[in-house]
Design a protein around this ligand. Structure first.
Ligand SMILES: NC(=O)c1ccc[n+]([C@@H]2O[C@H](COP(=O)([O-])OP(=O)(O)OC[C@H]3O[C@@H](n4cnc5c(N)ncnc54)[C@H](OP(=O)(O)O)[C@@H]3O)[C@@H](O)[C@H]2O)c1
Length: 297
């Protein structure tokens, strides 16, 4: 599989395995190590996680698998995220954003410990923080890089204003924006974020490419309309609908990576296979407009 160059020090696989749902997979550490090795056999070497996934449990489970099979860590690139904090306030859990210098540094150290590793390959600010001090957050990311605790830094779910502000404050340190995109989710087309990334030649990482599985099951009209069109195009190619969705994502000139969230290695194989499918330019627009949310004028 073609690797995508993020910097001189960081290459990621075009298809990434996501571990957000890991705590619901009922995997032992042996199962997880075996799953990770199967990902590596498919050349899916980039693994996505976050401190917030299952309150740190997903990172811990991954760390246990890395300890169980010590050969895995050096074959993979770990992406993790910071910036969402859960605190017990007056007996109740309260979730808020915290991208302050101190918290980003502390959070990174805690993730490294849970993941049983010395460094994180790509470290992201997870969500747009309305109270972010761009210069302070930038300083934390720059210092973590200097200390060798992270190889590269990026963001997730940022709009163009916040992306440019943090990028400027950090002297263009950001190598990605991890964003949601699917045939039923167009937020980042609407905000202009995709245009900014295309212009800057920055590769986005796409989360929930299959709308978290809802594209197959939702009764919502726009999901059904999108799925019917995807199925129609899939039949033209004699391929599975999910393969056509990945091919649709990969067709865009922004040159995205797609994060598969499936626990099923065969489904990950379909995502990898989809890299060889080239849909027509007209078909990209058929899918873009199928849900009815985006209109071609
Ligand atoms: N940065 C962020 O804010 C953010 C937010 C959300 C997620 N993420 C990252 O992105 C990754 C992917 O997100 P996602 O898990 O929502 O991705 P997804 O690939 O769109 O959805 C995965 C879900 O769809 C199901 N699925 C896959 N293929 C299917 C099929 N053919 N039929 C029916 N169900 C199917 C999977 O079930 P099975 O396991 O049974 O296959 C799984 O529950 C996450 O793991 C996480 O790493 C990042």
């Amino acid at each position: 599989m073609k690797k995508i160059k993020f910097s001189e020090e960081l290459l990621l696989s075009s298809i990434v395995q996501g571990f957000w749902r890991l705590d619901s997979w009922n995997f032992s550490k042996e199962d997880l190590a075996s799953f990770m090795n199967k990902c590596i056999e498919l050349d899916v070497t980039t693994f996505d996680t976050a401190e917030i996934y299952a309150g740190g449990a997903c990172e811990s489970m991954m760390g246990e698998a890395f300890s169980f099979d010590k050969s895995i860590r050096n074959k993979v690139e770990i992406v993790s995220k910071t910036g969402i904090s859960i605190q017990n306030i007056n007996g109740k859990n309260f979730t808020y954003y915290d991208t302050t210098y101190k918290r980003v540094k502390e959070s990174c150290h805690a993730s490294l410990k849970r993941l049983n590793t010395d460094y994180i390959d790509l470290y992201l600010i997870h969500r747009e923080d309305p109270c972010i001090d761009f210069y302070e957050t930038a300083r934390a990311l720059i210092d973590l890089k200097k200390e060798g605790l992270i190889i590269e830094a990026g963001v997730s779910n940022f709009d163009p204003y916040k992306f440019n502000a943090l990028n400027n404050a950090s002297e263009n340190i950001l190598v990605t924006n991890q964003i949601e995109l699917s045939p039923v989710c167009f937020e980042h087309f609407k905000s202009g974020m995709i245009d900014v990334l295309t212009e800057k030649k920055i590769h986005p990482m796409i989360w929930s490419p299959l709308a978290g599985g809802n594209i197959f099951t939702s009764d919502e009209e726009r999901y059904k309309k999108a799925f019917d069109k995807i199925k129609e195009i899939a039949d033209r190619y004699n391929e599975k609908p999910e393969a056509i969705i990945y091919a649709w994502i990969m067709h865009h000139p922004v040159a995205a990576l797609a994060i598969s969230g499936s626990s099923n290695i065969e489904r990950l194989g379909i995502a990898v296979h989809a890299l060889d499918i080239k849909i027509k330019h007209s078909e990209w627009y058929e899918i873009y407009s199928a849900s009815g949310e985006m209109v071609i004028r």
